[in-house]
Design a protein around this ligand. Structure first.
Ligand SMILES: [Zn+2]
Ligand SMILES: [Zn+2]
Length: 288
């Protein structure tokens, strides 16, 4: 049993450069330093399908937020400055959580080619023609409508993985945070075993990784994204690159659940976790 997160990594965090966070970036990094983390990635949101301002889009009513291109620029410029300032204190990684890269590949390519970016989390937050999963009103949703949404979610995640220019796949299964955790609609996830296998095999074949996103542990859902079952499956299929991220949007959540995530990784057969610098994996041994 690990007693804390010292020497570990938190590779998925948001600051006030993300639309859904007001956290001061220096306070976030200072917290990571205080926890003794080995590496810390700032990964502010960049939703490729809303890169431009509202006026750019033909049918903007599907979306609530816009202008992620500006958020991306502001976050990456600031983290790049702070990397120098924090040199020697912690390995500060300039990351981005890239949403819907498969839907807007030219935009995604700009981010992929930006030399300041060390690390890309590839996420699906929004299906084509639908609002962000976090913003959907699930009132009146039945198991059937939820299954239909999940089927489309995993199909788009697979499409994202076939695009494959991220470093790790973000929070696989996180839609359950809203469907099961918040709306209380229980789903039988075994229906998706085949497509999840395909997703994991595609990630592995591309030499990419997945994360254990620990945010669900502190939310109503009560488990990681993905849960241990899928981390084990990823290992069985030959997966070696595994990241850990709190998905914190506030200072107090930095490093939260990382110790538990490391224990899941160990139980699933991993001896290392991974962070990325200049898109190159760095393997950190898990403490005994
Ligand atoms: Zn996300
Ligand atoms: Zn996130």
């Amino acid at each position: 049993m690990l007693s804390n997160s010292k020497g570990l990594i938190d590779c998925h965090t948001h600051t006030s450069f993300s639309i859904d966070s007001t956290a001061n970036i220096r306070e976030m990094i200072d917290r990571a330093v205080a926890l003794g983390l080995r590496a810390f990635s700032v990964t502010d949101h960049c939703e490729c399908n809303r890169w431009y301002g509202k006026e750019y889009y033909d049918n903007p009513t599907t979306y609530l937020y816009f202008n992620f291109g500006q958020n991306f620029e502001d976050s990456v410029a600031e983290v790049t400055r702070l990397k120098e300032e924090y040199d020697g204190q912690i390995e500060l990684i300039c990351g981005v959580e890239l949403g819907q890269a498969h839907q807007e590949r030219d935009i995604a390519q700009k981010v992929v080619e930006d030399p300041r970016v060390d690390f890309i989390i590839g996420s699906v937050h929004q299906l084509r023609g639908e609002e962000d999963f976090a913003l959907i009103d699930y009132t009146g949703y039945t198991k059937e409508t939820v299954y239909a949404l999940l089927t489309r979610y995993f199909a788009e995640v697979l499409e994202l993985c076939r695009w494959g220019k991220f470093d790790i796949l973000g929070h696989l299964t996180y839609t359950l945070r809203y469907m099961e955790g918040n709306a209380g609609i229980q789903v039988d996830m075994r229906k998706y075993d085949d497509i999840i296998d395909e997703i994991l095999k595609t990630v592995i074949a591309a030499g990419k990784g997945i994360e254990i996103n620990t945010s669900g542990l502190r939310q109503a859902y009560g488990d990681t994204f993905p849960s241990e079952r899928y981390v084990r499956r990823y290992r069985e299929l030959g997966g070696e690159i595994l990241s850990l991220g709190s998905d914190s949007h506030v200072v107090a959540d930095v490093g939260r659940g990382i110790r538990e995530g490391a224990e899941i990784a160990r139980r699933a057969g991993f001896r290392y976790v991974t962070y990325f610098k200049e898109h190159t994996p760095v393997f950190i041994p898990l403490p005994e």
